[in-house]
Design a protein around this ligand. Structure first.
Ligand SMILES: [Zn+2]
Length: 161
């Protein structure tokens, strides 16, 4: 593999990619494993995509000392390992668990909540600010825990408006 000399260290190309985003994914994988990585020729190829083949694609380089580990990481396709994990085994998002018992088995329900103001008020507001009619009710999202039955008020990210 090509060696690229720099003032401080030597970089070794561990992967070449046709598209810049593929190289960025590879860099992300390496950095997730604590290996600093650099994407080379990305700008050149973004600006002059037709030079991609001549330049040898977008390259990902690491320090020569990390090269063999990096190649091993990039040669492994980890997507299969991720896909083989059933979704129920993945940790739930913080707003998807019951605050009382910690169960992730929540029943989400949405209910229409009528506005506290009379309809004419919302009609006026809509015409003044939005230039047309808009719904004068909101949708309230609540959740009920299937495990302990606790009613959970709408959390972050659960509300429509
Ligand atoms: Zn619960």
């Amino acid at each position: 593999m090509a060696l690229i000399g720099t003032a401080s260290s030597e970089l070794e190309v561990v992967g070449t990619y046709r598209f810049p985003h593929e190289a960025q994914v590879a860099r992300g994988v390496l950095e997730a494993f604590g290996i600093p990585a650099w994407v080379i020729d990305e700008t050149q190829i973004r600006l002059r995509w037709y030079l991609g083949n001549a330049l040898g694609g977008v390259k990902v380089a690491v320090r020569a000392a990390d090269a063999s580990t990096a190649r091993e990481l990039l040669s492994g396709d980890h997507s299969a390992a991720l896909e083989s994990i059933p979704e129920t085994h993945l940790p739930p998002a913080p707003d998807e668990v019951c605050p009382r018992c910690g169960s992730a088995s929540l029943e989400i329900s949405r209910a229409r909540v009528d506005a506290r103001w009379p309809e004419w008020f919302w009609a006026l507001v809509s015409f003044v600010f939005a230039g047309g009619p808009s719904p004068h009710y909101s949708v309230k999202t609540t959740a009920r825990c299937r495990a302990c039955g606790a009613e959970i008020p709408a959390g972050r990210g659960m509300n429509d408006r």
